[in-house]
Design a protein around this ligand. Structure first.
Ligand SMILES: Cc1cc2nc3c(=O)[nH]c(=O)nc-3n(C[C@H](O)[C@H](O)[C@H](O)COP(=O)(O)O)c2cc1C
Length: 180
């Protein structure tokens, strides 16, 4: 039976490159027989964590926005794939906010184990996504049953939709999903 795969796309840009790559990963995962859900944070309301830590007692956030439903989806997924543009050599603020808002799960019996990261950046360098991966690892360290299972560095992508003409990256993204 296929795994439950949750893809979380955090770019707000129309024609987002990281989202294009995430969609390819989705195709690969679907072709491999997994049960895949794609979340576009662009369509959701995600407020900042207020740091009250009430969730550590109640497993419930005091803020009621779209995170409540999404946190539940994160909890029950086997595999998480985060997609983010590189902003100042880090993950997007929205992805970071999403990770912070997953704090109710810290005291929960979460199911996810393998976590993947897909990035897009203008910079082609191999290490353009390094700090974003490092940042995500900070979250993974706290969810100690999980691990960073793979990173796709989508380098050389400046303009919107540019990823569509990078066959090699599209192929790598597809394979990332296929090999889950
Ligand atoms: C605020 C901001 C900061 C950025 N910082 C970087 C950066 O540090 N390095 C880089 O290579 N590209 C940087 N970029 C370019 C984006 O990473 C690039 O356009 C990427 O393809 C955007 O992904 P998206 O289309 O999924 O939003 C930045 C773009 C913005 C808007």
């Amino acid at each position: 039976m296929g795994k439950k795969v949750l893809i979380i796309s955090s770019s707000l840009r129309v024609g987002s490159n990281s989202e294009i790559l995430a969609r390819e990963a989705e195709k690969g995962a679907v072709d491999a027989g997994h049960n895949v859900e794609f979340l576009r944070l662009k369509d959701k309301s995600v407020q900042f964590c207020r740091g009250c830590l009430a969730c550590q007692k109640t497993q419930q956030c005091v803020i009621s926005d779209d995170m409540n439903v999404m946190v539940d989806k994160v909890k029950n997924a086997d595999v998480l794939i985060f997609a983010t543009p590189i902003y100042y050599y880090e993950m997007s603020g929205l992805m970071k906010t999403f990770l912070d808002r997953c704090n109710p799960l810290f005291v929960s019996d979460y199911r996810f184990r393998d976590v993947y990261l897909i990035t897009s950046s203008y910079d082609q360098a191999d290490d353009a996504c390094e700090r974003a991966a490092h940042g995500l690892e900070g979250w993974i360290v706290c969810f100690e049953k999980s691990r960073l299972a793979g990173v796709l560095n989508g380098g050389g992508l400046g303009d919107e939709k540019e990823a569509l003409s990078h066959q090699e990256l599209l192929q790598k993204a597809y394979q990332l999903g296929k090999n889950i």
